[in-house]
Design a binder for this molecule. Structure first.
Ligand code: SAH
Ligand code: SF4
Ligand code: F3S
Length: 454
């Protein structure tokens, strides 16, 4: 039996694509190898979002080159966003690579493996959502559901539109069916994936009204993201719904109400801010300003008071002054995020913001701003987390704690990691009494009384 090894870099999209790659390889008769050195097929699923992502991956290629030299019949494959951004240049730079493919071309890997091709092959078309590949899930009770591929935004710093193509939504009925199949397979928590999930459906055809002539009946409707959330909420067995990421410009009231109304939709919204300064947001082409973002946050908090809010922030975008940066700090202080991913701006090939040498913020300044931002984010996150102490929260158990094998680890509906003592098994929903909190994690003890009662 042939064996494969996959190394995944980047976001949840890539993690999901890797699960689909693994599912596909299993159906081709391949087994998974624990180590790269034991594999006949060495795969990398790459990311190119920042320069650090590129270099992390390239550091691994050295070992692949050595393994290929050792046994030339081994196949080395490179998929994902980095491969897509370089296309055939991959083979010029790394001649030992046998097959390269973009994120939308996972299924072509099978074509290549079956064909026994002796010449290197690249697959870089955009085809929308490709193939219904079975996923080999990392945890049987958690599943990804890709609701759309690609992105129609033009954020000046971002490489993704060029690596994932235009936005294509999948039909609603197909997504509900997939969620039902996942539930039947034991999935309890589903995460809807898309670059801009709340623009879901805008590219789909409208449905004619069910009865009567169009003029007299209800107007034709297009599926919306809020409608999709309600449809997934109705799937029996799916107890938690998450999604990532919404775009603040498209965060509409119907989605906020859905959080208040749908039992399985979790109390967590990841709402990427990027910058708190309207001038920088404009240069980033985010199409909202500071006030509009803050208005969305206010509306969310009004309808879902206990919601956890997290965000993404970029420091050192070209032209960002100290005053601009201080506006970001103000928004972070004011919103009080439960957590934030913070990034130093990294120029990406082919993007609008890559050629702004004169406006570049010096690296030491970026680093210094980043330190101040991280300190503030952590202080606010810790303050926010304290509201959970003393409460009993529902935790989906993921496995043993990473720091203490005698403890369990799981996540609350607010997406907070909890380390706790208890008896629950992975995949179970435990009731955990929270005893303490840091900016990153909560800790507590399983309420065994609730267990007996439940
Ligand atoms: N579609 C998602 C984001 C995907 S990329 C969304 O819009 O929310 C994840 C995050 O990486 C972005 O939100 C941004 O904060 C960061 N990022 C993207 N390009 C970057 C770059 N060139 N430099 C630094 N950070 C970047
Ligand atoms: Fe990139 Fe902007 Fe699209 Fe997100 S919305 S993937 S940041 S272009
Ligand atoms: Fe994801 Fe990285 Fe591509 S963040 S969309 S894998 S560039």
């Amino acid at each position: 039996m042939k064996r494969y090894h996959v190394t995944t870099f980047g976001c949840q999209m890539n993690e999901h694509d890797s699960e689909r790659m693994k599912g596909m390889l299993r159906s081709l008769g391949y087994a998974e190898a624990a180590r790269r050195g034991d594999a006949d097929l060495i795969l990398f699923n790459t990311c190119s979002i920042r320069e650090s992502a590129d270099s992390r991956f390239i550091a691994h290629l050295g070992e692949a080159r050595r393994l290929k030299r050792e046994r030339p019949e081994r196949v080395v494959g490179v998929g994902g966003c980095w491969a897509q951004s370089l296309k055939d240049e991959v083979f010029e730079r790394f001649p030992f690579v046998d097959v390269a493919f973009g994120p939308g071309q996972v299924h072509r890997l099978a074509e290549f493996l079956i064909s026994d091709s002796l010449t290197a092959q690249g697959y870089f078309e955009f085809e929308g959502f490709t193939g219904h590949l079975p996923a080999l899930r990392a945890r049987p009770f958690q599943g990804w559901l890709q609701i759309s591929v690609g992105c129609n935004c033009a954020c000046a710093y971002c490489i993704v539109p060029s690596t994932r193509g235009r936005e294509v939504s999948r039909p609603l009925a197909e997504l509900v069916q997939e969620a039902e199949a996942m539930a039947a397979d034991g999935v309890r928590e589903v995460t809807l994936l898309g670059q801009n999930v709340n623009s879901y459906g805008r590219d789909l055809p409208s449905r004619a009204p069910a009865t009567g002539p169009r003029a007299g009946g209800s107007p034709a409707t297009r599926p919306t993201f809020a409608g999709l959330l309600a449809a997934i909420d109705a799937v029996e067995g799916i107890e938690r719904i998450r999604y990532t990421s919404p775009h603040p410009k498209d965060m509409r009231e119907d989605v906020i109400w859905a959080h208040a109304e749908l039992a399985s939709l979790c109390e967590h919204i990841h709402l990427p801010l990027q910058s708190g300064c309207s001038r920088i947001l404009k240069a980033m082409r985010r199409t909202y300003d500071r006030q509009r973002y803050l208005d969305r946050v206010a509306l969310i908090r009004e309808h879902v008071p206990d919601v956890a809010l997290t965000t993404d922030i970029i420091v050192g975008f070209p032209g960002e002054t100290e005053e601009d940066f201080l506006q970001t700090m103000e928004v972070v202080e004011e919103v009080g995020y439960d957590g934030a991913f913070t990034f130093i701006f990294s120029p990406r090939r082919g993007t609008e913001a890559a050629n702004t040498a004169e406006a570049n913020v010096p690296h030491p300044v970026k680093v210094e701003r980043m330190q101040r931002l991280v300190e503030l984010v952590q202080r606010r996150a810790r303050e926010r987390a304290l509201r959970f102490v003393g409460r009993t929260l529902e935790v989906l158990v993921e496995g043993p704690s990473r720091t203490d094998p005698d403890k369990l680890r799981g996540r609350t509906r607010h997406n907070k990691v909890v380390n706790f003592t208890g008896l629950a098994a992975p995949g179970e929903l435990a009731q955990v009494r929270i005893e303490s909190a840091t900016s990153q994690t909560l800790s507590g003890e399983e309420s065994l009384l609730a267990r007996v009662a439940g």
